[in-house]
Ligand binder design. Structure first.
Ligand SMILES: C[S@@+](CC[C@H](N)C(=O)[O-])C[C@H]1O[C@@H](n2cnc3c(N)ncnc32)[C@H](O)[C@@H]1O
Length: 218
């Protein structure tokens, strides 16, 4: 499971609590701790681009694991799967410019190995949204390109496709369709792929890819 923009890790901690509840419900007893640790290090991942929330996310996940009776090893040999990285880029193997700080270079390598090598079934997130955002560039710009060239539905108008949430939907859709071929995407966002709006193009692309869009409002 990937949490695309995990911020301070509140939702990641909740996912781990849910896993613990399920394991306890299955009567896993003493084995539950090892399975929660495996989930936090090998199966549940969070990506965050800003250093401050990234640090808090590690703290929250670490404290939650202690609460659940499954603390990470104190010698630093284990880390939670929370990475300081741009969730929109680095999903395919391309040459990178080197970063002059070895720790950041290492962090990028680890994040990219998760993005490129681990199959994904669930992508969740609360990605940023901004109806007045500037146009994306480079790898991020390509993410909304498919929605600009549609022919059979209303063409996107105005700045709607520059809204960052659109890039996150596209990234998630690509991950599922090019990777596992099945899965769940669930985002909290300001808008979505609705008929009769700029989002219609993205809804069509998603349907072509076999993804049904469901929308709930609260
Ligand atoms: C709406 S907040 C989510 C807050 C989160 N739910 C929490 O509990 O803290 C969006 C988060 O996405 C992060 N973010 C924005 N762009 C990102 C990107 N390209 N890759 C990874 N994280 C990103 C922001 O730094 C921010 O922490």
């Amino acid at each position: 499971m990937y949490w695309t923009c995990c911020g301070t890790g509140a939702y990641l901690a909740e996912v781990l609590r849910r896993i613990a509840t399920n394991l306890n419900g299955q009567g896993r007893g003493a084995l539950a701790g090892a399975e929660i640790r495996r989930a936090a290090t090998e199966r549940v991942f969070g990506f965050e681009i800003m250093p401050a929330p990234f640090v808090v996310a590690h703290l929250q996940v670490g404290l939650t694991m202690q609460d659940l009776g499954a603390p990470l090893a104190e010698d630093g040999s284990e880390r939670a799967g929370v990475f300081l990285t741009n969730a929109l880029t680095g999903w395919s193997r391309t040459p990178n410019k080197s970063i002059p700080f070895p720790e950041l270079e290492k962090e990028r390598e680890l994040a990219e190995s998760v993005k490129q090598d681990i199959p994904i079934l669930v992508i969740l997130g609360n990605p940023p949204y901004d109806g007045f955002a500037d146009m994306a560039v480079d790898e991020e710009r390509e993410l909304s390109e498919a929605y600009r060239t549609v022919k059979k539905v209303r063409r996107p108008e105005g700045k709607g496709l520059n809204d960052p949430y659109v890039r996150f939907f596209r990234m998630a859709e690509r991950r599922i369709t090019k990777g596992t071929g099945q899965g769940v995407i669930c985002f909290i966002s300001n808008s979505g792929p609705s008929p009769g709006t700029t989002g219609e193009a993205s809804a069509r692309e998603a349907r072509k890819a076999g993804i049904e869009a469901a929308k709930t409002r609260t």
